[in-house]
Design a protein around this ligand. Structure first.
Ligand code: PBG
Length: 326
């Protein structure tokens, strides 16, 4: 065969040819926009480590979601920052708590035209910054925390959430939440389990965004997954699906494309991936230094996550991508 080495370039010659053979397409329907709403503020507060994002007031959140919808985004993921934090994180299940109020308002604004997802965890609400209520050793008490997650799930469901997204990595959390929802007639409230959530160094900017400092400089390695492990992620996912998860999440995204690809091959539920705060902030920081271009990198990251097998992508780039996909 003469010149076989030239074969692969033929279909790359023009933009039209490249478009024809493109294997992966990013669509606005793939995007979930994470948003922060803070209790007791009148003006949105910028988050310096997450450029372009802020802690929203109730009003500015409503305006932001309207704009995202106008850009075609169909799903948002809400995080709340309460005025008062305590040892149990009780504002997380207060019917008048910040996320519950925001959910109800967004539901009023948009009816069923938008998918409302809420992070279901306690770390934004506890004064010690861990994802559950602590035992005598200073680590989250697994089963005591499950009871609290069940209460949060019910409060979010009453407020109108479509999908509760437990992110605390307690064992049995999906089963506990499913049972609580079913017992309170919220059989139709879905669960997106953050199944393979790693104890990464990439959550730093997020913790600024929700005003979380883990007590004593502690970390979450006692409950989030070890960065070294991929088979264990499959175990987590299998368990969550068996407990009733409707969708599963891998988080962060880019360092774990192998985990996403494996999950896509092994499991048939929708797979979500979370391009987290640190992944976003790194791109912005390098772009600010003039070391790389923001937009092409944002597209490359997101497309790679999709190519690996994610059906939906939670990303702080959602708005930028949606604007460019118009
Ligand atoms: C826990 C939670 C975290 C993130 C989402 N849910 C932080 C953590 O586990 O410390 C991180 C998201 C991001 O970094 O963008 N409620």
């Amino acid at each position: 065969m003469p010149f076989p080495q030239r074969r692969l370039r033929r279909l790359r010659r023009t933009p039209a040819l490249r478009r024809l053979v493109s294997e992966t397409h990013l669509h606005v329907d793939d995007l979930v926009a994470p948003l922060f709403v803070r209790e007791g503020i009148d003006e949105p507060q910028p988050i310096s480590s997450l450029p372009g994002h802020c802690q929203h007031s109730r009003e500015s959140l409503r305006a932001e979601v309207q704009q995202l919808r106008d850009l075609g985004i169909g799903a948002v993921l809400l995080f709340g920052i309460p005025e008062h934090k305590d040892a149990e994180g009780s504002e997380a299940w207060n019917p008048d708590g910040v996320v519950q109020v925001a959910l109800a308002e967004l539901r009023e604004d948009h009816g069923d035209e938008i998918v409302l997802i809420a992070d279901l965890c306690l770390d934004e609400y506890t004064d010690h910054g861990h994802c559950g209520v602590l035992d005598a050793t200073g680590q989250p008490d697994n089963d005591a925390t499950l009871d609290l997650y069940a209460q949060v799930a019910i409060a979010q469901a009453r407020a109108g959430v479509d999908i509760a997204a437990p992110s605390g990595m307690m064992d049995g959390q999906v089963a506990a939440i499913r049972a609580a929802l079913d017992e309170t007639s919220f059989e139709q409230t879905a669960i997106l389990a953050y199944s393979a959530k790693y104890a990464t160094a990439l959550y730093g900017p997020f913790r600024d965004a929700v005003d979380v400092t883990i007590v004593g400089g502690g970390d979450r390695r006692g409950y989030q997954q070890d960065v070294a492990n991929a088979r264990e992620a499959a175990e987590e996912i299998r368990e969550d699906i068996a407990e009733g998860a409707d969708m599963v999440m891998i988080k962060p995204a880019l360092p774990y494309l192998d985990v996403i690809a494996r999950a896509r091959a092994e499991f048939d539920v929708p797979i979500a991936a979370y391009h987290v705060s640190g992944e976003y902030a790194m791109v912005h920081a390098a772009a600010q230094l003039g070391w790389l271009e923001l937009e092409p990198v944002a597209f490359e990251h997101t497309l790679a996550i999709k190519r690996a097998g994610a059906d939906l992508i939670c990303t702080y780039f959602a708005r930028l991508l949606a604007e460019r996909l118009q």
